[in-house]
Design a protein around this ligand. Structure first.
Ligand code: DNO
Length: 350
């Protein structure tokens, strides 16, 4: 596996000079943040990320994310131009050494939580989703905004988008995903890039918006749209694993065996009976997921893709971007190194 770490560019409070100190760290997962979603990325901006990585003994070979413009997801307006731009962005990042592009196909919002700083008994804080809080939330009314979301929408624009997605429905979204993939995957293939779709987080419809990258049947359907290793998954254990209907270890085993996982996001969550969940420390006993079994499923299947420790808690008094502090993600990386080393050595001894 290739160990990686997400970095939000020069404005990230976590510098690359610290990230490089994590044992076995190899790849920087980043993006170009100076143009709006849908536009092309300049060679200079891409090169600046690559150079920053090199200056710190790291490699910029994973993009997270090239955002998919809402017009592509809705199959309307400037969709054709935005798809051309997307293809061009794949070609450009590939020229600078990128091998994997993570993206999502979630309408309007990226990941959703109801609280970003829930305190645990040990004094750490983390992101949580509580169903009773969720029921009281209406993004159209509350002006709700989360760090993963595109904050540029005006309320009227959001209302219009909600109406458009209601009219589109799940099947419409599937059709537009198919159009997108049939256009971009051949370009990715030519450039030696693997497209890696991120599951919807959480993996069910939210605020009445359709969500389709949610469960085994839908992952199968998505991968069959274009049957190529360039059309692969970002398998996010926390996103899929916050729903009890997903057996994450089984999903990892299945898609790793078929070489359809390009990128692993690894973290733990504690699920509750009503569907609520809390993000927890990576260590298996801290949550509902068995990270040992997940890593073993990867190692058993010879996985050699990218892995990054996903969201961490805020610990040791750190403040910063929720989910993306240094300390707990570094603990997560060290734990993952241990699990991979143990599983790989055990496999070699058999
Ligand atoms: C959450 C992340 C997601 C992910 C996008 C990919 O922390 O894993 O925001 O980057 O969904 O497009």
């Amino acid at each position: 596996m290739k160990l990686s770490f997400r970095w939000y560019g020069p404005d990230d409070p976590v510098p690359l000079s610290y990230i490089r100190q994590i044992p076995n760290m190899r790849s920087v997962v980043s993006a170009v943040y100076d143009v709006p979603p849908g536009e092309t990325w300049s060679d200079e901006s891409i090169e600046a990320v690559a150079q920053a990585a090199r200056d710190n003994g790291l490699v910029f070979d994973v993009v997270e994310s090239i955002p998919v413009h809402e017009d592509i997801k809705l199959g309307r307006g400037d969709c054709a131009r935005y798809i051309e731009n997307y293809k061009e962005n794949i070609r450009r990042v590939a020229r600078h050494g990128v091998k994997c592009v993570c993206y999502n196909f979630m309408p309007v919002f990226d990941w959703t939580r109801t609280q970003l700083d829930k305190a645990a008994p040990d004094g750490s804080t983390s992101l949580v989703m509580y169903m009773d809080q969720l029921r009281g939330l209406d993004p159209l009314r509350d002006g709700l905004s989360l760090p993963g979301w595109d904050a540029s929408y005006e309320k009227a624009q959001m209302r219009e988008l909600f109406a458009a997605y209601a009219a589109l429905g799940e099947e419409g979204l599937w059709q537009n995903l198919e159009v997108f993939l049939k256009a971009v995957v051949p370009v990715a293939e030519e450039c030696g890039v693997r497209m890696a779709i991120h599951p919807d987080d959480p993996p069910y419809p939210i605020f009445g918006l359709p969500r389709i990258i949610t469960c085994e049947a839908n992952l199968d359907r998505m991968l069959a749209l274009v049957d190529s290793p360039a059309n692969s998954l970002t398998l996010c254990t926390g996103s899929l694993g916050c729903a009890a209907f997903n057996d994450v270890t089984a999903l990892v085993r299945k898609y790793a065996a078929r070489d359809r996982i390009a990128f692993m996001h690894i973290r733990n969550v504690q699920r509750f009976a009503d569907g609520s969940f809390e993000e927890r420390a990576h260590f298996s006993p801290c949550g509902s997921l068995d990270l040992y079994q997940i890593v073993k499923a990867l190692v058993d299947n010879g996985f050699d893709g990218y892995v990054r420790p996903d969201h961490g808690r805020m610990i040791f008094g750190e403040t910063g971007r929720p989910g993306y502090g240094l300390f707990d993600r570094a603990l997560g990386a060290a734990y993952l190194n241990g699990l991979f080393e143990a599983c790989e050595k055990a496999k070699a001894e058999i």
